[in-house]
Design a protein around this ligand. Sequence first.
Ligand SMILES: [Zn+2]
Length: 412
Amino acid sequence: MERIVTVNGREYKWPLKPLAVICIDGSEPEYIEKAVQAGLMPFTAQLLNTGIDLRVDCVIPSFTNPNNVSIVTGCPPSIHGICGNFFYDLQSESEVMMNDPKYMHVPTIFSAFEKEGAKILVVTAKDKLRKLLGHGLTFGSGGSICVSAEKADVANLEENGCEDLLNLTGLPLPNVYSADLSEFVFASGLALFENAKPDLIYLSTTDYIQHKFAPGTEGANRFYHMMDGYWSLLSANGADLVLTADHGMSGKHDSKGNPDVIYLQDSLDTWLGAGVARVILPITDPYVAHHGALGSFATIYIPDELEIMSTISKLKDLNGIVEVLGKKEACERFDLPGDRIGDIVIISEGSKVFGINPDHHDFSGLDVPLRSHGGLSEQVVPLISSKTFKAEPTKGIKLRNFDAFHLGLNLT
Ligand SMILES: [Zn+2]
């Protein structure tokens, strides 16, 4: 009889071969398309011919944590609760980081499979994601493995289920702002795959390269060529592959190369009084150098309910806005958790980003014109499988990036 694991209301079939889902951070579809066209991804080119090559929507906000958590739980933020890097907690009246698993409302696909006897391998680039992805897993000798490239030097059996990663990969500890951080994800993922024989593998990179280099440029192509080599080795070692992205990436600058920023707090202060409204930019995290905390999605808290409608209509009149929604409409449209977003959700057009006010943002880390994400313009991502569909996909059913495990385990 077929073994089925049920988690978060969805059923997943037990993998016949190890399944590796790879989340390429910030992988706008053009990155792979152009690197393949340039002949720099020979393995992927072959895989696109024989497997599945789809374009699907990620979850909004098109940020890293909401999408990674969606992929590993198989459900949207309204169910798992992670809708950004932080939210404003009305009870404690403070801005709260959401990178602790206590903010996750549901278990991951990994912990459900582990309970049924599966071995899990998770490698993430930045440590900020590690605890969310590894939530509910058991480590120690022979247990699952969940480790970040950023903290590879301190990986240990008790906390990560593995140790000695620098020796195992033969690579030095990578800098957190580098392409090497993502290469380390693949090098350690491959080595641990060979050593530990996991059933499910999840490798999640960082978008350092995508923030700096547009699709088809030398810097981007070199990165995708590197990944192609590792995917080929994973496949040669017996893994089925599903490739997707947490979000896309767009240029967010004017013709002079300066960040094209809509400063929301300035307008709100003029309309409502200084500091009355609170703007939350949920892209903000401890690693802001490459995006200056500037993204195309913001949420706004307005203390006086009576001011919400008029503020929405004023925001709609600002230049460069594609969507302004009240909380209820935003939650319905984007499957967001109502207790963790503000009274208003606002999304900018593709080339623009939101800021608080000019003093709030540090552009000194931006050594190239700003590229960022967060909005509808970065919603389309690749969903690629090394296997083909078992049966013709049902018409009208739209897959999302958080169907990656569903695609790999059930549909192919
Ligand atoms: Zn990302």
